[in-house]
Write a protein that binds this ligand. Structure first.
Ligand code: NAI
Length: 341
């Protein structure tokens, strides 16, 4: 929009009858696949089929009343294909089992923009490429649907060979309940950049803040288990974040004591945000948008050594992990439940 605001679409903007007589293949019956398949079936989409490998997802699909089939067979039988397998394996599965059965008139739908944004998957001419990307884990997509509401999502028609890719995209979002919550129009590149910036910018900062706060207090001689309980183990930050989402980042301050409100706002105003912004800007421009992160991660995945496993092992050596263990034991099984579970 010219005013820079996001366009948001709801149930009334979408027409489910567009899916009548068309077969939708869910490729990957995991977190998202199961929820989206069940929602779509409950929305009255008649021909929902499942393409899967023979793992527990296959059995789960059978238990839910679908007749799973190999991915290539499902794609061959489908008009619309939902790519709901992990992003890391998607390019390989796409090349071997999907692309050969994709032809003009078919639609490929993604729940994440990554592989399209970085060119790992390029659909052939004549194929519509759309994105319906729920902003929620699969369980939430299903449970909200059952409650009568729906997960908000990002939608876009990336390639419109048919001339009706956008209308189909909205119909698919409606079928999985996402236009109940609101479908925000965002390109696949934008979705990817926002997603990666949260992962590579916001969350590393949050983790660094918690670890630094822990380290400073331990250095000052404060008792480790108590520091941890105060920091996050009581789940207070989780509750605060829920309030932030519900009422607003500053409005929720009213739920805190006046001492807390004064302390939080004055120090927030004083804080030098320039280094934080510089870190975020660099992550977004130099690493994410430039494709440098994608190259690095692709190399890491192709490496002989298990790169990610090595990093996970290294970070878990932080002393906070031992304190977490001790606190969990001391509080009877769940620090985050205050031992009540
Ligand atoms: P998942 O980790 O639950 O896996 C989905 C399924 O992929 C598994 O059930 C497995 O059977 C299948 N699979 C794995 N390797 C395969 C192969 N080689 N051939 C065929 N099938 C294979 O995946 P998840 O989390 O549901 O993600 C699917 C898509 O949804 C991804 O694009 C992800 O980015 C996107 N997404 C995920 C969200 C989440 O919270 N998990 C939220 C929004 C989008």
């Amino acid at each position: 929009m010219a005013d820079g605001s996001t366009r948001i679409f709801y149930d009334d903007d979408a027409d489910l009858s567009r899916l009548k007589g068309r077969t939708v293949a869910i490729v990957g019956y995991g977190n998202q696949g199961r929820s989206q398949a069940l929602n779509m079936r409950d929305s009255g989409v008649e021909n929902v089929i499942v393409g899967s490998v023979r793992d527990e997802s296959w059995d789960r699909a059978e238990e839910d009343g679908f007749r799973p089939m190999p991915v290539a067979d499902a794609v061959g039988a489908a008009d619309i294909v939902f790519m709901l397998i992990p992003d890391e394996v998607a390019p390989g599965v796409y090349r071997e089992e999907i692309e050969p059965s994709l032809g003009p008139g078919k639609t490929l739908n993604f729940a994440s923009g990554y592989n399209v944004a970085f060119g790992h998957i390029v659909a052939p001419d004549g194929v519509d490429v759309v994105m319906v990307a729920p902003r929620m884990i699969g369980d939430g997509v299903r449970s909200l649907y059952l409650e009568g509401s729906g997960a908000p999502c990002f939608v876009h028609a990336h390639a419109d060979a048919s001339g009706h890719a956008w209308d189909d995209c909205l119909a698919l979002a409606k079928a999985i309940g996402c236009t109940r919550g609101g479908a925000l129009r965002v390109t696949m590149e934008e979705e990817t950049y926002m997603d990666l910036l949260a992962e590579q910018g916001t969350w590393p900062l949050v983790i660094a803040v918690f670890l630094s706060a822990y380290e400073v207090q331990i250095e000052a001689g404060l008792p480790p288990e108590a520091v941890l309980l105060e920091l996050y183990a009581s789940k207070e930050p989780a509750e605060v974040m829920e309030r932030v989402a519900d009422t607003g980042i500053f409005d929720q301050l009213r739920l805190h004591s006046r001492t807390s409100q004064y302390g939080q706002t004055t120090r927030f105003e004083e804080l030098d945000k320039a280094p934080i912004k510089a870190f975020l800007r660099e992550a977004l421009e130099e690493r994410i948008k430039s494709g440098r992160f994608d190259k690095e991660w692709t190399e890491a995945q192709n490496s002989e050594k298990p790169v990610l496993e090595g990093i996970l092992e290294r970070v878990a050596k932080h002393p906070i992990v031992e304190t977490e263990k001790r606190l969990r034991e001391a509080l009877g099984g769940g620090a985050g439940t205050n031992g009540k579970e």
